[in-house]
Ligand binder design. Sequence first.
Ligand code: ZN
Length: 492
Amino acid sequence: MENTLHIYNSMDRKKEEFKPNNPPNVGMYVCGPTVYGDAHLGHARPAITFDLLFRYLQHLGYKVRYVRNITDVGHLENDADEGEDKIAKKARLEQLEPMEIVHYYSRRYHKNMDQLNTLPVSIEPSASGHIIEQIEFVKKILESGYAYESEGSVYFDVLKYNEAHDYGKLSGRKVEDLMTNTRDLAGQQEKKNNFDFALWKKAAPEHIMRWPSPWSEGFPGWHMECSAMGKKYLGDNFDIHGGGLDLLFPHHESEIAQSVAANGKDPVNYWMHNNMISINGQKMSKSLGNFITLDELFSGEHKLLTQAYSPIVVRFFILQAHYRSTVDFSNEALQAAEKGLEKLLNSIDTLESLQPGEKTDFDLPAFKTKCYNALNDDLNSPVLIAQLFDAVKFINSVAAGQSEISKKDLDELKELFHTFVFDILGLTKEEKQTPDADESMLSEAINTLLEIRARAKKNKDFQTADMIRDRLKEMNIIVTDTPNGAEWTINK
Ligand code: ZN
């Protein structure tokens, strides 16, 4: 392959030439969402970052197996070993089965990812579908001597592992510092050290998501699923593991320790981490009230938003920053991205309408090289976008009659624009969604009926509630009750 991709490896803290184990095959694992709520900005960034990588690797001719998991069990509150399971808690609050929560939010996550024009991944395994693999993995760690059983739970013995290996080699943390920085918490007496992490947890009586195991009825620790599913679908050692920077420690550090303990080798050759998103300079959090879901962003229905932003504008905005830089969301920044995207997409229409001349007043080979160099330099999308805008200036000057381009070069420029803008950056010329007046009247009428139905249900007038649902169904309008209230779709 003439293109040499260099990627920044978080393990070695430098850019390295990408050399897969078995070219043209590439194995890539990315930590997916814990599906207990709507996808927000924090979910958009890794999805778009690794979609760009997925697209570019395929463009270079690699055959990529992209695995992204769904966490549906074992992710406890505060990412700790104590507390309630995030999904079980949501299920308790909504009075639904945990798997209803999982299915509902997985569906919504996929819808948002489609809107952002991310390609479907190759395999999307769920933690609850791989309990047996996780139990087998825990058994192997116990056999290696780097784990211990305590009161029906199994913990990873960090100190013992660190004597022979290096717990902290990814994050740069030292076990000695962890010892001084972690305080004793209640309920952790069953661990030898409070930084030991759970591989298997015995379920408390009120805990609903539980499976039998050799140690207790319980559930796997959060870090275990990625080790077990990465091994199952990509092998004991694979090419790329990605995720948000917030997952680097303890999640990825612990994944490495688990795999080294069980399989005797490092699981991953290239660790990649995208940086985080802030909002108006602040960390995104529910308590600060600046937590914006993707649906709110696309509809504009949030107090911090002055307008709706289309999914492709959000995608373009994220790609305007290098994935290892921080990104700050603000209305001004998004509006600038909206204008920039419009300019870029308009230039493609202009490009299509250009008439060829005799010669070309533009260094097309240099443009092409610079575009590839940008991507080969650790997926530098902002530099690629800057190169594209350089070409936009030229396109506009040809349209204004100030420069010219030959027939052969015009064809090549069109092809390059399609490749970089649509195939690799994954931008699209989507139609603006403006429902016509009839459609919005129909929506309002249905929503009014559903409000009446909700009131009837509240007053235990189920006859009326069912009548509304059934009559709507006769009109092919299907009403579904969800954790967010009733929703409807038209069955076409
Ligand atoms: Zn993970």
